[in-house]
Ligand binder design. Structure first.
Ligand SMILES: *Cc1c(COP(=O)(O)O)cnc(C)c1O
Length: 349
């Protein structure tokens, strides 16, 4: 750290992303990426002719992606926002709507707290119940904004929309952000509630269910005024926040959703198979609706198994503190990858 860094920022603890090993040979099940490539429409769109246009700035209205998503969600362009990954969307939204602070579960996506510290946002973190479900009474009559990852990470547990609706009703003067990074793997999007609640902001990403983690593309859907607020911040910070190739990739991906639905169905089927196999090996699982499994090994010795898997070049995610320390988070890859994972687990046990 240099002696020039702002002393408040010097106290930040950056987010630790899952490892991206550069050497080959790993079965990579640690960052919830898709094992499948982008659709043909995306692959064909990134042509030499498009690359040649990189001398020009990208569209500051983000129109290619915004229009495609508006159509998909059955809303208007003014109801859609897009960002350089949903991490950027979440950061802008927390900064925009977090004046009175935020409330979110003690066990959830780790980036929320990193963003909150960055912007000096005060947070309370009600505890999940012992089965890792959300106790919605913790969010009744809050005097602060709320953020719920649904399905939650790293548990994969989906909170029914009827419960989300109760949180929205109980907090009419606060924004409720529903982070739907994994909703396409068996959950139900809160976007169907947008007409009823002006305080609802639904956030999504192209990184998981759209096979585009490396393109960096996220979005938010909400009422016109909320989206205008987000654009006000974006255009005060980074108006060309999404590059040309990513805008095009996102548009083409949405147009090719059939292909992605097929990929998601494969993940869901593989998830069921791996869940059954792990259960028969004595693992305890949460009922995941995401593209990962949250699993406690028979003896709770998750750290040992994490390390032994690493030795065998199988990479999963381990969160070593608190109530997650007896669990592993295992992304669902291809069937071939999961077979290697299961073989490795059996030999370790
Ligand atoms: C992966 C993930 C994101 C971030 O996705 P990007 O769009 O890649 O920035 C956001 N929220 C949750 C809960 C996630 O798991």
């Amino acid at each position: 750290m240099s002696r020039f860094l702002n002393s408040t920022l010097a106290r930040l603890t950056p987010y630790t992303p899952g490892e991206q090993p550069q050497g080959g040979g790993f079965v990579k099940l640690n960052t919830n990426e898709s094992p499948f490539p982008p659709s043909e429409g995306v692959l064909n769109a990134i042509s030499r002719a498009e690359v040649e246009k990189l001398n020009l700035y990208s569209d500051p209205t983000l129109n290619p992606v915004v229009s495609a998503l508006a159509k998909r969600f059955g809303v208007e362009n003014k109801n859609v926002y897009a960002g350089n990954g949903s991490d950027e969307v979440l950061a802008i939204a927390m900064y925009a709507f977090g004046e009175k602070g935020f409330s979110y579960p003690d066990i959830t996506y780790g980036f929320y707290s990193v963003i909150a510290d960055f912007f000096g946002i005060d947070c309370v973190r009600p505890k999940l119940k012992s089965d890792f479900t959300i106790d919605i009474s913790d969010y009744m009559g809050n005097d602060r904004a709320v953020i719920i990852a649904n399905p939650n990470a790293p548990t994969g547990i989906f909170l029914p929309l009827s419960e989300i609706e109760k949180i929205l009703i109980a907090n009419p003067d606060q924004v409720v952000i529903v982070d739907e990074a994994y909703v396409e793997f068996g959950g139900e999007s809160a976007s169907v509630l947008l007409d009823k609640y002006e305080n609802l902001l639904v956030v999504g990403t192209f990184s998981k269910a759209w096979n585009l983690a490396g393109a960096r593309l996220g979005y938010a859907v909400g009422n016109e005024a909320l989206i205008a607020d987000l654009n006000r911040l974006r255009c005060s910070f980074h108006p060309y926040n999404i590059n040309r190739l990513t805008l095009l990739s996102g548009q083409k991906a949405v147009e090719d959703e059939e292909y992605y639905i097929g990929c998601r169905q494969k993940i869901i089927a593989t998830r069921a198979r791996v869940q059954a196999e792990l259960e028969s090996l004595g693992f305890t699982l949460t009922p995941s609706k995401a593209n990962f499994i949250f699993a406690r090994p028979p003896k709770g010795d998750a750290e040992r198994i994490y390390k032994a898997l690493y030795e065998k070049k199988v990479l999963v995610r381990y969160f070593p503190s608190g109530r997650t320390k007896e669990y592993l988070r295992i992304s669902i890859g291809s069937d071939a990858q999961m077979d290697k994972f299961l073989d490795a687990v059996k030999s370790i046990l």
